[in-house]
Design a binder for this molecule. Structure first.
Ligand code: ZN
Length: 470
């Protein structure tokens, strides 16, 4: 029984040999891929309920975004212009995201998913770094939207169990003085004691983590400065107990560099590094840190565009790749990248590292594409089920229309996807064997895309007014 047969595609399998099948086909039964081969062969062998003609387009694994944030998508605009990390965080992101009501969180999540689907993303890891644990209304509003979206989500449940020290409080007060008209939430707004953080995250995993479905929950200690060593250890233990991963923001900017122990050394010492840890950023780390990441089999989510926009610097990705560290490309905050479209970021990422190192050989094309697919899947602990088009894997597939002037001629679809594609050429998306977008029409939400955009526009204007951004 074949449910769907995708035919006539240039199938970029991302298998171990990185096979590209010209005039290839993919058979899907239920939520799985059952066969991959020449169109002629699979058409003769299968009698599908539905045939999707890729018409010469690239058939690629659904993209995996290993590090992103959702709620702040409604804060798009120029508010983040010319701000460093802490200025942006305390004057723009936190006031806005903490002002959102649950129904507004759902609107943000819906907008996010529409953009993600249109970009060919079928899995994303949300880092929810501003969780107020009084109730789960905000979280549940977002999870409801993800459920309706039809794509996969990992909800990284933020853990903050350490308040700021007096010196840091003073620094933040000075930073906030720049935007005195903004309604700043209290600094300790989402700090809870260690037990509460652990218990809440564990309950959330028990309630919403579905190992066979599209929703996962991970413990996500936010940063070294606001999470205790006990909480980091507990997060890793929870990940082991529930067979999930854990993720944190590490060495994004100068704050971490003030420690006598590097953040990577510190996390190794407290028992947080290992195959279940995915570290976001790792910009300001050195050779020794890279060696520790490789030795502990710790994965990294590289957030190139956000690092450029916030001017935090170039992460040593070339060194990480040389050392064998698994690296996926994330889009980070939607108001920093400033899209959540991996195909839009990947060319800048590959080119940026070449320019930075004055070496055209670093981050080769195939490696760059791996960072959106198979390596991103490995980075989130899902190498066995996601990130490539192979029998037995989840049927997460995107079809990219190559029939555009900027993609012509196209002797190598992988090169075209990395260096020519803009990210809007994705036409059809399947996730877990279900068609969530066909010929650019999103099928998963009841509302039309026009209505979703209008809702988001209205809500965003209201938030800007309420928070008091200039
Ligand atoms: Zn982030």
């Amino acid at each position: 029984m074949t449910d769907i047969l995708v035919t006539n595609g240039r199938v970029v399998t991302q298998d171990a040999d990185r096979t590209v099948l010209e005039d290839g086909a993919v058979a899907v039964e239920g939520d799985r891929i059952t066969a991959v081969g020449p169109t002629e062969e699979l058409t003769a062998a299968h009698d599908p309920d539905r045939t999707i003609d890729a018409d010469g387009g690239a058939v690629i694994p659904g993209l995996v975004n290993p590090h992103t944030h959702v709620s702040d998508i409604l804060l798009r605009g120029s508010f983040a212009e010319d701000r460093g990390l802490l200025d942006w965080l305390y004057n723009v992101k936190r006031p806005g995201t903490l002002a959102l009501e649950p129904d507004e969180q759902a609107i943000a999540a819906t907008l996010y998913c529409v953009e993600a689907i249109q970009s060919g993303v079928t899995t994303f890891v949300e880092n929810d770094t501003e969780v107020v644990w009084d109730d789960w209304a905000d979280i549940e509003a977002k999870l409801g939207a993800y459920e309706r979206s039809g794509i996969r989500n990992v909800y990284g449940a933020g853990m903050v169990d350490r308040g700021a020290d007096p010196a840091f409080k003073e620094l933040v007060t000075d930073i906030q003085a720049r935007d005195a008209g903004v309604d700043h939430p209290p600094l300790e707004h989402f700090v809870v004691d260690t037990e509460t953080a652990i218990d809440e995250v564990e309950s959330l995993i028990e309630t919403y983590h579905d190992p066979d479905g599209r929703q996962s929950v991970w413990p996500a200690p936010v940063v070294v400065e606001t999470t205790t060593n006990r909480c980091f250890r507990a997060a890793y233990e929870l990940a082991e107990r529930y067979d999930v991963m854990t993720t944190a923001h590490v060495a994004e900017a100068e704050a971490q560099e003030q420690r006598s122990l590097s953040s990577i050394e510190y996390l190794r010492n407290v028992g947080y590094l290992g195959p279940r840890a995915l570290l976001g950023h790792c910009v300001q780390i050195d050779e020794g840190d890279v060696r520790i990441l490789a030795a502990t089999d710790t994965a990294v989510a590289h957030n190139f565009m956000a690092n450029m926009r916030l001017a935090t610097g170039f992460a040593p990705v070339a060194a990480m790749l040389d050392a064998g560290v698994t690296v996926g490309l994330g889009t980070d905050n939607s108001i920093l990248s400033d899209t959540i479209n991996p195909l839009n970021d990947v060319r800048a990422m590959a080119g940026g590292h070449k320019g930075y190192h004055r070496d055209p050989g670093v981050v080769p094309t195939q490696t760059a594409f791996d960072m959106l697919t198979i390596d991103a899947a490995a980075a989130i602990g899902r190498r066995d089920s996601l990130g490539s088009i192979e029998p037995g894997k989840q049927a997460d597939i995107a079809i990219v229309d190559l029939d555009h002037p900027h993609l012509t001629p196209c002797p190598d679809p992988v090169f075209a996807l990395v260096h020519n594609a803009q990210g809007f050429e994705v036409e059809t998306v399947l996730c877990a064997g279900a068609v969530v977008m066909a010929d650019r029409e999103i099928l998963s939400f009841d509302e039309s895309v026009d209505d979703i955009l209008a809702d988001a526009e209205r809500t965003a204007a209201d938030i800007v007014e309420r928070v008091g951004y200039d």
